[in-house]
Design a binder for this molecule. Sequence first.
Ligand code: AMP
Length: 275
Amino acid sequence: MQVTRDPSQARDAVRHAERPLGLVPTMGALHAGHLELVARARAECRTVAVSIFVNPLQFGPGEDFERYPRAFDGDVAALRAAGADVIYAPDVATMYPPGFATSVDPGPVAERYEGALRPGHFRGVATVCVKLFATMCPERAYFGAKDAQQVAVLRRVVADLNLPLELVVLPTVREPDGLALSSRNAYLDAGERGTAPQIHRALDAIVHAVRCGETDRERAVAHGRAELRAPLREAYLDVVDPDTFAAPDVVRPPALAIASAWLGATRLIDNERIA
Ligand code: AMP
């Protein structure tokens, strides 16, 4: 396994490697959700590359960029055990050298929900992913359904910019009580951790209501909202089109129930498909 912080070395490491190449972009602090993506890439691709980069461009002022968990040595050990071939972990100064000025603006899908709460977030995500794709040239890139709006944004970017790669999206890995694994779960204290599964329960309630015949979006969402209790604070709870993240008045599958809630200073997100 080759570990490099240098983009030319990363490209050289994969240029003559066996194809297909699968890339798993991450911000590190790896958990079982990330490792599921690596395992799938390992099963489907001859060469597996993983990027580790906490991308300042996708964090707003006052967000958790500085305190975001970093666990590089443990990540390298986990990726070695998972059979990754290349780890690309650039420094911020390498990714964004002085004079860096170009960014990728993904349009309306990036402006709703997460995009509204985190202005510029998806521009940062899209820009770093296009840079990673350009550096590594993977045939496949692996992403988690947990970040569903990120997936919708990247699908738009890949289609609009004719990027020659396939996005592979894997189901959300959860704790036994339903909480979606997230690097940010480490911020929760014991009380917050106990409350956090309400988010998944709210999504379940929405999905159940629609399955039982509810087609009115606001009424379906109200079923979910009944599961959310203080001290948890809703940031958003809705049913949207999985591609555009527009909210229809009438819910027709396939749709996506989406949720975000604050627990103290930590905001968590989750979603569930309505098939
Ligand atoms: P991050 O390090 O948070 O940028 O996540 C890197 C990738 O792992 C993204 O594609 C995420 O959607 C994915 N991911 C994060 N949490 C989970 C999870 N619980 N299950 C599956 N994939 C996940």
